[in-house]
Design a binder for this molecule. Structure first.
Ligand SMILES: Nc1ncnc2c1ncn2[C@@H]1O[C@H](COP(=O)(O)OP(=O)(O)O)[C@@H](O)[C@H]1O
Ligand SMILES: [Mg+2]
Length: 309
């Protein structure tokens, strides 16, 4: 497979205004790169331009400016669409069909031969955990089951690359966990996955890399692990709330707290060993040492506000 599943550079799109209203760009400057083999999250508040970006990637909407490729081809390339599976933001599935019948229809759209189709339908139903409900009509499915059906639908053509627009929105926590586990399983099978989300927890639990968009612009991007790490600061946790330890570490730490039966010191990396040495002298019980991390929530607010400022 290609090194990059998607590349976008300087994408801009303004929808035509109705009447006299002046229209703001839906996407004013989005650039991103999705590596094959990773789960990539496009994160942003409602109206940030996520769906428009996805439509551009799929060749459903033409950008006014900018360029890019999907699986090494241009966005409108019909041939490349055979290698892509897509779950739209608000899919509509014909309610009176069983999952099996509906998947059979999707298989026909892709021109899959009847025998191969039957086999593939069994495979995808098993993959999304709907094999024992395949005879029910979709009108009887719960929201979570419908969303998993939607992912099955996107998998019928054995795509290399899955694009999912807000796959967990509207699902309860169990439904969200089911979708998360399914996506992780698909990643293990070697699929590249692109998802959009306005939910921090979804992205934090699933994605390897993210790009944050706000008001149509990419404001932050990178590997999630690296974005969340605060460079140069270590967080040392000790067992117990220990005033003597606090005093010993005070000259070295940038932050010191003792609460909930733990003492936590944040120290610059170059003072890490000195801090541990001081703690040893007062017989403190070391519990853990880790890089200081911020929450995705902090990162998200920082990214979105930097654009508003
Ligand atoms: N077809 C359209 N015509 C006019 N405006 C649109 C259309 N689609 C989206 N927009 C506007 O573009 C902006 C970005 O929308 P969208 O890409 O759907 O954002 P998101 O998916 O991040 O919620 C919004 O202000 C939305 O109202
Ligand atoms: Mg959207």
């Amino acid at each position: 497979m290609e090194e990059y599943a998607v590349k976008l550079e300087g994408i801009k799109k303004t929808y035509k205004a109705r009447g006299k209203q002046k229209s703001e760009p839906a996407v004013s400057d989005v650039s991103l790169k999705v590596r094959s083999g990773e789960i990539f999250g496009l994160l942003g508040p409602n109206g940030a331009g996520k769906t428009t970006t996805i439509k551009i990637m799929l060749g459903l909407v033409y950008p006014d400016e900018g360029e890019g490729t999907i699986l090494g081809s241009s966005f409108g390339d019909v041939k490349v669409h055979e290698r892509i599976g897509f779950l739209p933001e608000q899919p509509y599935f014909y309610p009176f069909l069983t999952a099996e019948k509906a998947l059979d229809l999707y298989g026909k759209f892709f021109g899959i031969e009847p025998e191969r189709r039957r086999k593939r339908i069994k495979e995808v139903l098993l993959l999304v955990g709907l094999e024992s409900n395949s005879y029910l009509t979709l009108s009887k499915y719960s929201k979570g089951m419908l969303q998993r059906f939607g992912i099955a639908q996107a998998l019928v053509n054995e795509p290399d690359f899955l694009i999912l627009d807000e796959p967990s929105s509207g699902l309860d926590p169990i439904g969200q966990i089911e979708v998360r586990d399914l996506l992780l399983k698909l990643k293990e099978e070697g699929k590249a996955i692109f998802l959009s989300s306005h939910q921090l927890s979804e992205v934090e639990n699933i994605c390897d890399a993210v790009s944050i968009v706000a008001h149509g612009k990419t404001v932050m991007a990178g590997k999630l692990d690296e974005l969340l790490q605060i460079r140069g600061i270590a967080k040392i946790t000790f067992v117990g709330e220990d005033p003597i330890l606090k005093e010993a570490l005070a000259p070295l730490a940038v932050s010191l707290t003792a609460a909930n039966d733990a003492t936590i010191a944040e120290v610059p990396n170059e003072k890490l060993y000195a801090a541990i040495e001081e703690a040893r002298k007062v017989d403190a019980k070391l519990y853990s040492v880790e890089p200081k991390r911020r929450s995705l929530e902090d990162l998200f607010l920082e990214a979105v506000r930097s654009r508003e400022a």
